[in-house]
Design a protein around this ligand. Structure first.
Ligand SMILES: [Zn+2]
Length: 142
């Protein structure tokens, strides 16, 4: 399934960002999906839920930004947004153009992480000094 491999790739990419950021639970992910990328939103959401079940992305909200197709029309000498994906003809003059400027996107736009709780006084006081200098990602590991 096309959408499942996309979901898996997105989850891998997000996981990398999350571990670089020091770990934490992912609240939401925003993807930019062009109308020419042939991604079925429903199938992608289902695949995402399946593939993220045992990861730190489990339960994260999937936001999808729908990107319309835009072509460069040489006759009008301007960029035109197309109402659909059936034809690549300029909606103003009918000129067919293969110069696609937008609509093929399949990008990770943003990731929202759960904010880390502020360190409480008790916690900092009881923590041994030796752990204080360890990098964040090591301390977050189970
Ligand atoms: Zn035109």
């Amino acid at each position: 399934m096309h959408e499942l491999s996309i979901a898996t790739a997105v989850i891998d990419e997000v996981s990398k960002h999350v571990s670089r950021a020091g770990g934490g639970r992912v609240l939401s992910i925003t993807l930019r999906i062009g109308r020419l990328s042939c991604v079925q939103e429903g199938a992608l959401r289902m695949s995402f839920d399946l593939a993220s079940a045992d990861t730190e992305l489990s339960g994260a909200r999937l936001e999808i930004i729908d990107v319309a197709v835009r072509i460069w029309c040489p006759a009008c000498a301007t960029e035109r947004e197309l109402p659909g994906v059936q034809s690549l003809a300029c909606p103003a003059c009918g000129h067919v153009s293969g110069d696609i400027r937008a609509g093929r996107e399949l990008d990770l736009d943003s990731i929202e992480l759960e904010p880390l709780p502020p360190p409480s006084i008790e916690q900092t006081a009881t923590e041994p000094d030796s752990t204080a200098l360890q990098p964040l990602q090591q301390r977050n590991e189970p």
